[in-house]
Design a protein around this ligand. Sequence first.
Ligand code: NDP
Length: 339
Amino acid sequence: MFGLIGHLTSLEHAQSVARELGYPEYADQGLDFWCSAPPQIVDNITVTSVTGQKIEGRYVESCFLPEMLATRRIKAATRKVINAMAHAQKHGIDITALGGFSSIIFENFNLQQIRQVRNVMLEFDRFTTGNTHTAYIICRQVEQASEQLGINLSEATVAVCGATGDIGSAVCRWLDARTDVAELLLIARNQERLQELQNELGRGKIVGLEEALPQADIIVWVASMPKGVEIDPTALKQPCLLVDGGYPKNLGTKVQHPGVTVLNGGIVEHSLDIDWRIMSIVNMDVPARQLFACFAESMLLEFEKWHTNFSWGRNRITIEKMEQIGSASVKHGFRPLLI
Ligand code: NDP
């Protein structure tokens, strides 16, 4: 059985979902209430591969909200992730994806040190960040959507915002090695890590966001921002492709400008309907078929019976592993969301 640990994008989102699902007592509560709410399994899932294979899964709502980080409720945030992991393990789930901020919190606050959660001794090989599949899907989106828009990668400048992150660094590695992209712009805050990435790649310009935006034909947004940034679309090139892979979204407003195309990054479409309700709760356009690539990774690991922490730790994603999970993705009928 596979599992998905997820969370909602804001307190307001959580309150409206609680109302929709028939929990009015949750709907009127503030952040403190969510800080003390325990994890819950709220969805049972059946997925069928195009090979005919069927698997079962569970969605675990961690009750984490990005506002917990913004208001420095760090203890609550870390407890949400660890408790959700223990909950998944206790329910016998073999491989569980740590969706959205769950894996970021796990890494940033060194949660591998906490193994004992009440009577559960966490087994980390039952969990995956899902980032290898996410990075693979974002790269395929860049390659295929640029072609749809008539942007030639061999003449294109690609800016990666969040370049030093787990997903961002993997995207840079792939674009460098597997495409003939003309220029890479590397954006993040920590200069030392940017320098290390530039040394590893042997290329790429380190620039600030403001400087990068007007130069880029393609912008990949994979920064771990609890709240999206506002950008002025008139400052962008035309055509320009924005691939927003953040959860919550890195872009704060809906960009509506001729010549600027925004694509939901790190999203896959399955060839067959999935029996679940969770994707309508996170407002996916086609909830029966579209999902986060990190969630799809745990499904792929279950289909292939690779019950191991396929994506784990930071900045260790190799091109070979992206290709491995990528071929499983194609085999079972997932494809990158396009324009
Ligand atoms: P990491 O924490 O590994 O990396 C985040 C990157 O963003 C770092 O390079 C960080 O560098 C940079 N960053 C953070 N804040 C800012 C900022 N304000 N301005 C510029 N750069 C910034 O995160 P992941 O790679 O694991 O995840 C990235 C995003 O992808 C997240 O939003 C996550 O929720 C989403 N995601 C989506 C998935 C999907 O299936 N679609 C799956 C998994 C994750 P620095 O701190 O130096 O600025």
